[in-house]
Design a protein around this ligand. Structure first.
Ligand SMILES: Nc1nc2c(ncn2[C@@H]2O[C@H](COP(=O)(O)OP(=O)(O)OP(=O)(O)O)[C@@H](O)[C@H]2O)c(=O)[nH]1
Ligand SMILES: [Mg+2]
Length: 359
């Protein structure tokens, strides 16, 4: 038995990181949060208990931000194993139902149940608590597959992040939160008000910009979104801005004209810099469940997505959508939104997330 007193996950260190990149990983605060809170035990002998055993320490901020899914999904999983049950068909059926109810999705659920069942057989597990650890282990493994924090290639100037998604998922708010995060790391940031459909959208971005002291490039409502972003790129280039984040109007994936407009935005961006956008980030609402799958499929048809931000995870009792997306697409999850304040955005780290959700 060995203990990992986790300061920062190995995968999130700077080891192996290409030069000229800056990670979106939060600064000291996040490192401290992880350091003060997570203590995991694993069984190195691989004979019996194989999963992470989580020790709770007071003051885990993400625990509090994820209180709803933790009390929903997290508690339901724990309850499954709390009453002493025998390891039989019923137990696996209950695991399956619980995962499906939490938006984990059919594919991921099948895989998790199969892997857990295989672990039981292989390791000859006879205690339900050990089955719980095995399930946690497999959830953690799946969550890890999409852990790849956004790294800013500093040879790109500006590094362009295009933010897309359906209406009301939290795009504009997430942009403000990301901008703030990078600014705190000493990067210069500019915002492009590419949502030209609603007057309120431009105002909303400007208000965030003023609040965070970040310049916003905007034109009047109704102007061409692609040109606003093109102009903002030129402006950012002239002003030596490191990162340009472009907002876009919310659009339903079924609105083909608006989806075409998104294709045009990507093409026009390439006219300014053929390597841009350097990140195309789709924002999905953590409470929308299976719908998030079709949103990502459709947006991916129009513009190649390179990252996902899952918002409003503080507001859902489910919280399993991340596993669903991980299994379905494998697109890196860059950020998780856990509240309405500009500080309520976390760089996604699998272990921290899984432990806060289910630990
Ligand atoms: N609780 C919670 N609310 C959030 C989060 N992210 C965004 N919101 C709220 O969601 C609402 C919509 O956010 P916006 O940023 O305007 O969403 P949008 O995708 O830009 O919307 P459109 O531009 O209309 O498509 C606002 O009330 C935000 O405060 C989050 O992580 N948690
Ligand atoms: Mg918006």
């Amino acid at each position: 038995m060995f203990k990992i007193f986790k300061k920062k996950d190995k995968n999130n260190t700077d080891k192996g990181k290409p030069q000229n990149t800056v990670s979106a990983t939060d600064t000291t605060h996040e490192v401290e949060t992880i350091a003060e809170t997570i203590q995991t035990e694993t069984d190195s002998s691989q004979t019996a208990t194989a999963g992470p055993k989580i020790r709770k320490v007071e003051g885990r901020k993400l625990d509090q931000q994820l209180e709803k899914p933790r009390n929903g999904f997290g508690k339901q999983v724990k309850n499954l194993f709390s009453i002493k049950k025998s390891i039989d068909e019923d137990l696996f059926e209950d695991i399956e139902t619980t995962l499906l109810m939490a938006d984990v999705g059919a594919k991921a659920t099948m895989e998790l149940v199969d892997k857990t069942s295989a672990s039981v057989k292989r390791k000859n597990l006879n205690d339900t608590q050990e089955v719980y650890y095995a399930l946690m282990q497999h959830l953690m493994e799946l969550a890890k597959t999409v852990e790849k924090p956004l790294e800013i290639d500093t040879t790109k100037q500006p590094y362009v992040i295009l933010v897309v998604g359906v209406n009301g998922v939290g795009k504009t708010t997430t942009i403000a939160k990301i901008a703030r995060k990078f600014k705190q790391q000493g990067k210069s940031v500019m915002l492009a008000a590419g949502d030209t459909f609603r007057a309120a959208a431009v105002e909303q971005l400007k208000t965030w910009g003023e609040r965070e002291n970040i310049p916003v490039i905007a034109q009047s409502t109704g102007s061409d979104s692609a040109s606003v972003i093109f102009d903002a790129m030129s402006s950012a280039k002239a002003k030596n801005i490191d990162i340009l984040i472009a907002d876009t109007a919310g659009r339903l994936h079924t609105q083909s004209n608006l989806m075409q407009e998104l294709g045009k935005i990507s093409r026009v961006i390439k006219k300014n810099d053929e390597t841009a956008p350097h990140e195309t980030l789709i924002v999905v609402d953590g409470g929308t469940g299976q719908n998030a799958i079709s949103q990502i499929k459709e947006f991916n048809n129009t513009t190649q997505l390179t990252g996902i931000a899952i918002t409003k995870l503080d507001g859902t009792a489910k919280g399993g959508v991340l596993f669903n997306l991980a299994k379905e697409f494998g697109i890196p999850v860059r950020f998780i939104g856990v509240g309405e304040k500009s500080s309520d955005l976390k760089t996604y780290h699998a272990r921290e997330f899984v432990e806060a959700l289910l630990g």
